[in-house]
Design a protein around this ligand. Structure first.
Ligand SMILES: [Zn+2]
Length: 249
């Protein structure tokens, strides 16, 4: 979860508040990875280690939904309207959203972009924005995992009919099978969490992300890391790769 100060900065244009300590150098990363590969957890570790500010468009959209619409920026309002109408948020709108908040990108702490860019068009717009600020990307970290492994991870989720709390049959099983720990309600598998739905989502993700991965590969920026194993082990691998690339101790 991105820290609240960053979300506020993104939504309302307040100054970015984050760690007190200024890192030795600012890292500018983009994170790619299908839902279920554990990208959010890696983002937290990366943010902690390198000080870069995590900007997740998913978090921004979720926070914006719960906000007073009147205080949102014009591009955010446009995005919310599109989502309410069940339309995809257009490249133009997403790019404007980011453009309105370039102060977040130029923070001395660097950034970790999660969920943006999502298309080659957006990637090109980002390149332009960064060039305008005399900044360059350090790398695009692509967390990859075998599709069936992701299906196994995601399809284990169960949701409480009553309080909507979630459990996981492998990673956080309820004390009593099929029963919510919090309220005693019945746990069920949401339609979205069924293996078939997950496969459809993953396929769509792969198809839409492949051109983006190729775009960054051609620029020599793509760093693919296999995300199997425990989150800490995946992060150790990430640190190794980043260390090698930037000759860090
Ligand atoms: Zn419950």
């Amino acid at each position: 979860m991105a820290n609240q100060g960053v979300l506020n900065a993104w939504l309302y244009g307040r100054p970015v508040e984050c760690t007190e300590q200024q890192p030795d150098r600012a890292f500018h990363f983009i994170l790619l990875g299908a839902p279920g590969v554990g990208k959010g957890t890696q983002a937290e570790y990366l943010s902690e280690k390198y000080g870069a500010v995590q900007l997740s468009t998913g978090d921004v959209f979720r926070a914006a939904k719960g906000s007073d619409q009147g205080v949102l920026s014009p591009a955010m309002q446009e995005a919310m309207e599109a989502m309410k109408a069940g339309r995809l948020v257009s490249d133009d709108t997403v790019v404007s959203m980011v453009r309105e908040r370039t102060a977040c990108l130029s923070s001395g702490y660097g950034f970790l972009l999660d969920g943006f860019p999502r298309t080659v068009e957006q990637a090109k717009a980002l390149d332009e924005m960064l060039a305008g600020m005399n900044m360059t990307l350090d790398g695009v970290i692509n967390y990859a995992l075998d599709m069936e492994e992701v299906v196994k991870r995601l399809s284990g989720r169960r949701t409480c009919q009553q309080c909507k709390a979630t459990a996981h049959v492998i990673f956080s099983p309820p004390k009593q099978e099929g029963v919510c720990d919090k309220c005693g309600g019945t746990l069920f598998q949401r339609e979205d969490d069924k293996p078939e739905s997950i496969r459809v989502r993953l396929q769509a993700y792969e198809e839409s992300t492949a051109p983006l991965a190729q775009y960054y590969e051609a620029k020599g920026l793509l760093i693919t890391i296999t995300a199997d194993g425990a989150p800490k082990a995946v992060f150790a691998e990430t640190e190794k790769v980043i260390g090698k690339r930037f000759q860090l101790a």
